[in-house]
Design a protein around this ligand. Structure first.
Ligand SMILES: Cc1cc2nc3c(=O)[nH]c(=O)nc-3n(C[C@H](O)[C@H](O)[C@H](O)COP(=O)(O)O)c2cc1C
Length: 229
């Protein structure tokens, strides 16, 4: 992505009427206004949502991808750095560049998916901080001569942004199939050549065909993974 390109206006969807408050962020209750998502919303995005490997032959229009990005871009990143860059692979020609870089087990999934998002991380993200985090005048200096800090920040925040993308996609009625089984150097060469962007992971997007879906793999319980101190 060209770091000097004009940013697109962000026009997220308005909150459902039931969740809107007249006071909103002014009542001290945060953007949720203290109310939880409805059971139906939790079901769509979490309880019933599954990683999909098979896909219906139903296209995902470009406007939906734009809306998806507009929502996902609102998720927080450190110093508002937003290192995630995306290539939405849709055409046969772009698919032909991607498929040879995938592990064999992922090829059919990606071929059938209406969209494969290539999620990259821009290691030159500090150059945009004067615009994205203007009030912190020493933001760029914090990263100067610190390639490990740049790399870990890019990986952490682009991974978070990938998670926001998955959550937003599900809220928009899409299914997701994230993939890390690919040759990263080959995907970099195919999609980010000559740039400062490196691939983080891939994510199939579309309307999932749930036939043949295995039982959901178990999650760690609260007591295994968490501790309240
Ligand atoms: C970053 C990431 C990489 C993944 N890589 C692959 C992959 O290469 N191939 C694959 O079939 N599934 C892959 N998965 C899917 C996971 O195995 C799946 O999301 C997990 O088992 C949970 O399944 P569920 O969402 O159906 O509960 C990946 C998931 C994530 C988040």
């Amino acid at each position: 992505m060209n770091p000097t390109s004009t940013p697109q206006p962000i026009t997220p969807a308005p909150a459902p009427a039931a969740n809107r408050t007249s006071e909103g962020a002014h009542n001290g209750a945060g953007s949720g206004g203290g109310s939880a998502a409805s059971e139906a919303e939790l079901r769509r995005s979490w309880l019933d949502a599954r990683t999909c490997s098979r896909w219906l032959a139903r296209p995902v229009p470009p406007q939906l991808l734009q809306r998806l990005y507009a929502l996902a871009s609102l998720g927080p990143t450190s110093m508002n750095s937003q290192p995630m860059r995306l290539k939405f692979v849709v055409s046969d020609a772009a698919k032909a560049r991607l498929l040879p870089a995938l592990y064999a087990s992922n090829v059919d999934k990606a071929r059938a998916a209406p969209v494969v998002a290539v999620l990259g991380m821009d290691l030159a993200f500090p150059a945009l901080l004067p615009r994205l985090f203007a009030h912190k005048t020493d933001a760029v200096a914090y990263y100067e001569g610190k390639p490990e800090r740049v790399a870990s920040t890019a990986l952490r925040n682009s991974s978070l942004q990938g998670g926001y993308l998955i959550a937003a996609a599900r809220q928009l009625g899409l299914d997701c199939g994230p993939m890390s089984g690919f040759d990263a150097a080959a995907v970099d060469a195919a999609f980010w050549a000559g740039s400062t962007v490196r691939t983080n992971f891939l994510c199939n997007l579309g309307y999932g065909d749930r036939s043949g879906l295995r039982e959901r793999p178990p999650r760690l319980g609260f007591d295994e993974a968490c501790e309240i101190l």
